[in-house]
Design a protein around this ligand. Sequence first.
Ligand SMILES: N[C@@H](CCC(=O)N[C@@H](CS)C(=O)NCC(=O)O)C(=O)O
Length: 307
Amino acid sequence: MAEIILHHYSTSPFSEKVRIALGLKNLDWRSVEIPVIMPKPDLMPLTGGYRRTPVMQVGADIYCDTQIILRELQRRFPALPLTPAGHEGVAEALAFWADRMLFWSAVGVVMGAIGDKLPAAFHKDRAEFSGRPVDPARLKAMAPAAAGQLHAGLVHVESMLADGRAFLLGAQPSLADVAVYNPVWFVLKRLGAPLPPLDRLPKIVAWAGRMERIGHGRPTDMTAAEALDVAERAEPDAPAGVEDGDPSGLRAGMRVSVTPDDTGKVPVTGELVTLNAREIALRRSDERVGTVVVHFPRAGFVLAPAS
Ligand SMILES: N[C@@H](CCC(=O)N[C@@H](CS)C(=O)NCC(=O)O)C(=O)O
């Protein structure tokens, strides 16, 4: 099988979610460091415009968004399952809640504390990314409210750990753990000591220590140019196809666009090759890498016919 290549940067919390999953599965993988802000000229030939971090590449198959990245890791490496049997729905639902709710409260806490120390180019980029102005003074004023929201979410997690279990769904770590760890890690790493609201959540702080000890598996560095060469030499895997009776009415071979519905709303266009409740995949061509298939989760993405 082709190597797992993760396009990421060290301070990215969504990347940490994937790095810990790679650690849980004890995998070898290749690490390509990408820029923290746009432009990302070596990523665009692979994704066709998707700019968010991280992106996973396996040969000429490109996986955008941690939902689909973790599902694909699970499909390719079923040992040490990320979604324990009988708890798949709970794990997926907790993960989506962590990505969409907890994460943004954590961003409010971190940006309130250190936003005024970050360069103007970062603020400008993240304003474009989020579609909202990024004003350090306003972020500082909003920080206590963000800490309150993060606490309101994390008390549910603290109470899950109250019976002494090691991880959120039991004795083994799962998708729910790596997803909730993303915002907790972000706050702990960026602020150092457990500051509000983590000072009131001792079980979560102890659990975060257990998560950190899982590690990242075995990464080795790869240059962006090498990763592009890998894609150029590879053929994409045979796609799963478009499920009969999909309510969109879209069919395999149609030209479509896929756009995140929350941040980094850059459409990616191509020929529809896979569509079901969990996945959308497009085939597209680029002069640097040739034909690639770009995979997205269905949840959180807008799929539309393209002209
Ligand atoms: N839903 C996405 C969210 C990814 C995300 O927001 N990542 C942040 C970094 S942690 C990002 O893309 N920031 C802007 C950038 O890196 O260009 C996922 O699960 O992968």
